[in-house]
Design a protein around this ligand. Structure first.
Ligand code: ACO
Length: 400
């Protein structure tokens, strides 16, 4: 703790906590994490139970409304999203005007921000009906926007949402169209996508959720707050890690698959290279999501005719790192992103779409936190303090 003058000029104590590693900014009822024991629960339900028993839409409902839906409520919720999945008039033109080679995350954040321009009838945080409308529109339209961005990037015509399909199937259909696998493989991919979305749905005060809350604390609207969260997620130390992991594996393959040489580079502090997909601010033992995802990766990749070279590399890299004191001493273990990339790749997504898939999964968490904060009487505008370490008063040249 440091003593500084507060804004009124009187002395007070502030703590210096870079990265807020020890600072709670709020009380929350949404997600519980015990980093030492590797426990993750949404609204009290274990991630393992939700992963095996739930659907992503059920988890969205749970996170946002605080309880699991009855069957009729879930149907009504799903129907509402189905009927709101179309893009607003004008948004397609806007998306089509963006450079085709722009990163999909940049386009996603920009498009979500403009939802407040297209839907000015749902931007007042003080009106609960408008907040509900913005919630529905965001959940319903984010997959449509994401698929449209992808189709544009590959020079294919975007595909309109199909109200006869469920949430995940509709997204896969809008993304891959006739190239979407049918039958058993199609079902497996839809199930895998649903599970990955569940595993990414919330993670308490991570960088992007904390961003959504900081922006929302100024009473900015939901669309703008979520757009800020998408930009925070884009960074390679956060959601962008899933893309970075795959790029790292490709780089190792290009280096001739020499894992020891790569790990030596990571351990050389001068190189500033990190083992992407390893380490976590909260999990210092194991990340329960990574176990679920590793199992899923096996299920999907074992079905391929030939072994997946990058998956094999990832497995060997994991083994080597887990046996290396550099990583064990620092409590660095595989996180949620270590194996997601190889799954998305097997499903046919290009690397640049990986973080977009994370954003679709994390959306209900962002919304739940934004709404919780809005209804919490203890909420104050986010405004951290600092310790000023610059020069004292200086005479401006020529005015001494
Ligand atoms: N590879 C090599 N060394 C690492 C790694 C890594 N992936 N992660 C941390 N370290 C080292 C640091 O160099 C540091 O070493 P030191 O004590 O000798 O200086 C020590 O471990 C602690 O690292 P911090 O950066 O202080 O840990 P922090 O909690 O701030 O960072 C983070 C957590 C950002 C996740 C970090 O582990 C990292 O950069 N991982 C790689 C990127 C990644 O996979 N991000 C996804 C996280 S999950 C998510 O956001 C969805």
């Amino acid at each position: 703790a440091f003593e500084v003058k507060n804004l009124l000029g009187t002395a007070g104590m502030v703590t210096l906590d870079p990265g807020f590693g020890n600072t709670a900014s709020c009380k929350s009822e949404i997600t519980y994490i015990d980093g030492a024991a590797g426990i993750l629960r949404y609204r009290g339900y274990s991630i393992q139970d939700l992963a095996t028993g739930s659907s992503f839409l059920e988890v969205c409902y749970l996170l946002i409304k605080g309880r699991l839906p009855e069957a009729a409520e879930l149907k009504e919720f799903a129907d509402e999203l189905r009927s709101n999945a179309e893009l607003p008039a004008g948004m397609a033109d806007m998306l089509n005007a963006f450079p085709r080679n722009a990163h999909p995350m940049t386009l996603l954040a920009s498009s979500v921000n403009t939802l407040s321009a297209f839907y000015a009838d749902s931007v007042d945080p003080q009106d609960p009906a408008q907040v509900d409308l913005a919630t529905t529109r965001l959940l319903a339209k984010l997959p449509t926007i994401a698929a449209h961005i992808y189709r544009n990037s590959i020079g294919e015509t975007p595909i309109a949402p199909d109200p006869s399909l469920d949430y995940v199937e509709n997204f896969l259909n809008m993304t891959f169209g006739s190239a979407k696998p049918e039958g058993e493989v199609g079902e497996l991919f839809a199930k895998a996508m649903d599970l990955l979305l569940i595993l990414h749905a919330d993670h308490e005060q991570n960088c992007s959720t904390a961003t959504v809350r900081v922006v929302g604390s100024s009473q900015a609207d939901l669309y703008g707050s979520v757009s800020a969260g998408i930009n925070a997620l884009f960074g390679p130390l956060h959601g962008g890690a899933n893309q970075a992991v795959l790029e790292m594996l490709e780089q190792i393959r290009e280096m001739g698959g020499d894992l020891d040489a790569f790990l030596a580079q990571v351990k050389d502090r001068e190189s500033k290279t990190r083992l992407m997909g390893f380490g976590h601010r909260v999990y210092k033992n194991f990340d329960p999501r990574s176990r679920e995802i590793k199992g899923l990766a096996r299920q999907i990749l074992d079905r391929q005719e030939r072994p997946d070279e990058l998956f094999e590399l990832a497995l060997q890299l994991e083994d080597k790192a887990l046996a290396d004191p550099y990583f064990t001493e620092r409590k660095l273990y595989p996180n949620v992103d270590f194996f997601t990339g190889v799954i998305y790749r097997a499903m046919g997504f290009p690397t640049s779409m990986f973080t977009v898939l994370f954003a679709i999964g994390r959306l209900p968490g962002w919304i739940a936190h934004w709404r919780e904060q809005l209804n919490d009487p203890a909420t104050r505008i986010s405004r951290p303090r600092q310790l000023y370490v610059g020069p004292g008063e200086r005479a401006y040249p020529g005015r001494a």
